[in-house]
Design a protein around this ligand. Structure first.
Ligand code: GLN
Length: 222
């Protein structure tokens, strides 16, 4: 194993990449280069084999409802490896559609229920004609974040002892119009509605870089 090569799994990069989410991976690549690491990004797409043991970071971007229905059919093959990776406190970032697909289900505005992986006790539903679109600002444990959201799904936590939000809203909607919170922090997984991309917020990007390098050390020690 190359000790200066960071491996990133980009889940369904060809299908789940709305509103510049691939920028998150580009920012990580840039910051890792400054730390002296090269980065290999593998697109894990329909039908591909995937073992999280081979990776230092997993990224799952946003997508339109149609692409989510396609991805949701392929995704259950990876439930076991992803669940173990997440529960072992390894770093993962899921944006919007990717975040929704880690939960139990997403009921869309056309009445279709897309089954999620069911790793996180949360669900997403379309409730009214309201599309949550615009600038967002919220406070996280790493400081303030500024981003952009564009989603029709409203996300609700089903186990609030286990799941905690990523941030407290200052501006915009976040998970849904009622709870005034943004995204999810669960172990070293972040789920978020933030595009923009999210990691232009260097405070969050640096925190994730730290987690990636810790994960890399763990993999090297194996
Ligand atoms: N299709 C989902 C929704 O509208 C997710 C959108 C996205 O990933 N930007 O809620």
């Amino acid at each position: 194993m190359d000790d200066k090569l960071i491996k990133i799994a980009y889940l369904y990069e060809d299908l789940m990449n709305t509103y510049g989410d691939s920028g998150d991976v580009k920012i990580l690549k840039f910051l890792l280069k400054k730390e002296g690491y090269d980065t290999q990004v593998d697109n894990i797409s329909l039908g591909d084999e995937f073992d999280t043991d081979d990776y230092d970071f997993v990224f799952f971007g946003g997508g339109q409802d149609f692409e989510q229905t396609v991805v949701a059919k392929d995704l259950p093959r990876h439930k076991e490896t992803l669940e173990k990776y997440i529960n072992d406190k390894n770093p993962m970032l899921c944006i919007c559609g990717g975040y929704q697909l880690l939960g139990d289900y997403y009921k869309t505005n056309s009445g279709v229920t897309i089954k999620g992986l069911g790793i996180l006790p949360l669900h997403t539903i379309f409730k009214s004609d309201k599309r949550m679109i615009g600038d967002t600002r919220y406070m996280t444990e790493w400081g303030e974040v500024k981003a952009f959201e564009n989603h029709s799904g409203q996300t609700y936590f089903d186990d609030t002892d286990k799941l905690h939000p990523f941030g407290e809203m200052i501006e915009g909607y976040g998970n849904n119009p009622q709870d005034k919170v943004e995204g999810l922090r669960y172990r070293n997984l972040i789920g978020s509605y933030s595009h923009g991309p999210l990691l232009k917020n260097i405070n969050v990007a640096n925190a994730i870089i730290k987690q990636i390098l810790e994960r890399h050390e763990k993999r090297l020690a194996k």
